[in-house]
Design a protein around this ligand. Sequence first.
Ligand code: GUN
Ligand code: FE
Length: 429
Amino acid sequence: KAWRAAIVHCIADPKEVGTENAYEYFADGLLVVDGDTIRAVGDAETLLPTLPHDMLTEHHPDGLITPGFIDTHIHYPQTDMIGSYGEQLLTWLNTYTFPEEGKFADKTHARDVAERFLKELLRNGTTTALVFGTVHKVSVEAFFEACEEQNLRMICGKVMMDRNAPDYLTDTPESSYQESKELIDTWHNKGRLHYAITPRFAPTSSDEQLQLAGQLLGEYDDVYMHTHLSENVDECAWVQDLFPNSKNYLDVYDQNQLLSERSVFAHGIHLCDSEYHRLHETGSAIAFCPTSNLFIGSGLFKLSKAEEYNVNVGMGTDVGGGTSFSILQTLNEAYKVVQLQNENLNPIKSLYLATLGGAKALRLENKIGNLVAGSEADFVILDKKATPLLTSRLALAQSIEESLFVFMTLGDDRAIQATYSAGQCVHLR
Ligand code: GUN
Ligand code: FE
C-alpha cells in the first residue's frame, strides 16, 4: 500500500551535516509500505510508474507525512494527575505524585490507565516512548500487555525506590533487582518491546540499590537505564547531602555503573561541564522536557551546551510533570526555552529531536526515526487544514521549514489526522 502526500523526514543530524542536508522533502511524495516495513519514499511522479498498477494508494492532498514522534521521557502512571497545581519538584512528588502512583498496586487500574495513556500518545502522533512505570511489578506487566496488543515499539521499566518515599511505594535493593530481572527475562525484546532499568532518581535509592541496578545493567547487552538527573535546585542540594562522596549529581550514577549507550537521563538542567563531558563519553542521552521544566519551575535546559559536548538529546513530555502529550506542543515550549537563552531552535532541528534524534538517543535509529526504505512503518499524517487557524496560517507558509514551524507552534492532537505503527493504523481522527 502507498500514501501520497507531502512528506518530510530527517536523514542526518543537522549539527553534523548542516540544516539543508539533514532532511528530505517531497512536496508531492509517495510512501510505499509493505506489511510493517517502508519499501520506498520519494516523489510520487517518479515512484508511481515503478509500482504495480493495482497498488492501493491513499491520497492526502492536505496531508504532511512525518515519521512517528518519539517521546524519550514520560510517566504513564501520571496520566490522571497532569496539571497538578502550585508546587515544585519535591513537594509536587509528595503531594500529588506518590499518592497517585500508589493506585498502581492494582493491576486492573494499571491496565485501564495504560490503555488510556497509549490512546493519548497515539492521538498525538507518538509511536515510541521511554516510559516510567511505578514501583509495582504489575504496573509494568499491565503496560507491556497493553502495548503488545497493538504491536507498539515501547520501552518501560519498574521504578526502583527504597527510601524517601511512603512505605506503600518502596521496595528493597534485593526485591527491586529480582523483580526487574524477572521483567527483563519476560519482556525485553519480546516483539517490539524493551526494558529499562528505572531507579527513580538518586534521592529515592540507597547506595545498595543503585549498586544492584548497575550490576543488573551490566548483566545484559542491550537493556536500557532510565532515570532523572539534575532537574531542580533543591533536589541537587539534597543529592549532594545524601551522597557526600560524589563529585556531582551524575557521579552518583557513574559510581554505580549506570552510564551507558542505552542510559537516558531526564532533564539535566543544572549540569557542570564535566557532567556533559561524561555523558558524551559514555554515549548517554538527555531527555529535554520543556513543558515540565517550565510547569514545575525547574529551569531552562541548555541545548547549546549539550550540543557543544555532543551529548545525544531527545524530546520528552514528562507527563504528568509535563503539561501535554503532544510532541508538537513540546517543541513549541522548547523553542521558547531556547529563545529565553538568546538562541534559536531551527524547525528542522526540532523535527530531528522529535524523530531521528530521539531514535538515536534510544539506539533505535536503524529501526525508527525516519522513512528510509527498510525502516519500520511508524509514521504520522498531519492535516494542514486541521483547524481554521492552521489552514489560514499554513496557506501563507513559504517553505517546508516554515510549515513545520507553524505546525510546531499551533499544532496539537487536532493536527494529527492518522498515526501508523508497523504499517497498522493505530489512530484515525
Ligand atoms: N524526579 C523524581 N521523580 C520524578 C517524577 O515523577 N517526575 C519528575 N518530573 N521528576 C522526578
Ligand atoms: Fe519525569
